[in-house]
Write a protein that binds this ligand. Structure first.
Ligand SMILES: Cc1cc2nc3c(=O)[nH]c(=O)nc-3n(C[C@H](O)[C@H](O)[C@H](O)COP(=O)(O)O)c2cc1C
Length: 375
């Protein structure tokens, strides 16, 4: 179904700016502003509620070109918390259908981040402290490449099982099935979560992967599971809709053998060959000892730029992007193709409409809000 020979990406040209549409795999994103995936911990039994409709719908009304769901678990064991959003049944997918349609009606492109939390699962939501939930209190055994639990700074480790080959095949099938459900309710982008210390990142990183089989040891072996999952999603995702992958560019653990920016630059073309149309470049999350040098404005943009230089597919930058000028410069200077905005979107759902005004670009407003338009 998918051909790697297909030219899926229109790469940067000198005239691109924040409001130049971006066509990936035949899907046109109206501008280069994306809402970053952000967990809401508000889905009882994994099911979307009115909260999701309003949360995602508002950012579409606010003009974001891409509206991405939070990490959406492909299985119950793949949740971070008991109230994470999930897509492990048709019913879960149906609960998202109206929201997807609404986002599309606003002219935005709806995306879903497909995720498995691995050994970072079975925790309480951050507003309840974020610590681990032991099985006796309703927690669950987590899955990981090796049987080392995540060293939670604030509680007893959650029991963690080393995945067998059957487990690996089952999780790959869960990602594939989740993508089929997301496809069938109208999502236009599937993003595979390979970042932030969750399951697939745990296989990539030597900090968490101590396996002796073909899924551990060498770079190729550690990358195997991520590439298999990306291929599985691509196989069922229509050719005219893009697949994104989110990576952690570095583990920020220079004191030990860990995942580095060089590894990310090496992985990027392999992900592209596996069917990724855009690489969303984040960082960190594998271990609480991580040494993050600084988290100021655009702190991960240099990582996106490096990955951009290593692949022909599009790249998204995320982290500390809070102003229209910053986002616009990022695209104009060819450092990345998409400005992915997280917390600023929590403060301001209308970030994209305000950005257009500040940058002097005439964009269409929702007709209902036309009288409130900046003049
Ligand atoms: C409340 C919250 C929830 C988040 N949940 C996710 C998530 O579900 N998936 C993910 O990849 N990143 C998640 N992140 C990280 C953001 O997507 C983003 O990468 C990070 O906040 C840096 O971007 P920013 O500086 O624009 O906020 C979350 C961040 C926040 C603040």
């Amino acid at each position: 179904m998918h051909s790697v020979l297909l030219v899926r990406t229109e790469r940067h040209t000198m005239t691109d700016s924040l409001f130049t549409p971006l066509t990936l795999a035949g899907t046109t994103i109206p501008n280069r502003v994306a809402m970053s995936p952000m967990c809401q911990y508000s889905a009882p039994e994994g099911r979307a509620t009115d909260w999701h409709r309003v949360h995602l719908g508002s950012r579409a009304v606010g003009g974001a070109g891409v509206v991405m769901t939070e990490a959406t678990a492909v299985s119950p064991a793949g949740r971070i918390s008991p109230t994470d959003l999930g897509i492990w049944s048709d019913e879960h997918a149906e609960a998202l259908r109206d929201t997807v349609a609404f986002v599309r009606e606003q002219g935005s492109v709806p995306g879903i981040q497909l995720a498995h939390a691995g050994r970072k699962g079975s925790t309480v939501p951050p507003w309840d402290g974020g610590g681990p939930i032991p099985p006796a209190d309703g927690g669950w055994e987590t899955l990981a490449p090796s049987a080392d639990p995540y060293p939670h700074p604030d509680g007893e480790p959650v029991p963690t099982r080393e995945m067998s080959h059957d487990d690996i095949d089952r999780v790959t099938a869960q990602f594939r099935r989740a993508a089929e459900r997301a496809r069938d309710v109208g999502f236009q982008i599937a993003e595979v979560h390979l970042a932030h210390g969750y399951l697939l990142h745990e296989f990539l990183s030597p900090v968490t992967n101590h396996r002796g089989d073909e899924y551990g040891g060498s770079f190729e072996n550690r990358a195997r599971f991520s590439l298999e999952v990306t291929r599985a999603v691509r196989e069922v995702w229509p050719d005219d809709r893009p697949v994104f992958v989110r990576i952690s560019a570095t583990d920020w653990l220079p004191d030990r053998e860990s995942w580095t920016l060089d590894d990310s630059a090496r992985l990027a073309p392999l992900l592209a060959d596996a069917g990724a149309d855009l690489i969303d470049v984040s960082s960190g999350g594998i271990h609480p000892d991580q040494q993050i040098p600084e988290t100021g404005p655009g702190y991960q943009i240099p990582y996106a730029e490096r990955v951009n230089g290593a692949t022909d597919v599009a790249v998204g930058a995320v982290g500390g992007i809070t102003t229209p000028q910053q986002a616009d410069q990022l695209v104009r200077n060819g450092r990345a193709d998409l400005a992915i905005v997280g917390r600023e979107h929590l403060r301001n759902p209308y970030f994209a409409l305000e950005a257009a005004h500040e940058l002097g670009v005439d964009v269409e407003w929702p007709k209902q809000y036309e009288r409130g338009r900046f003049r």
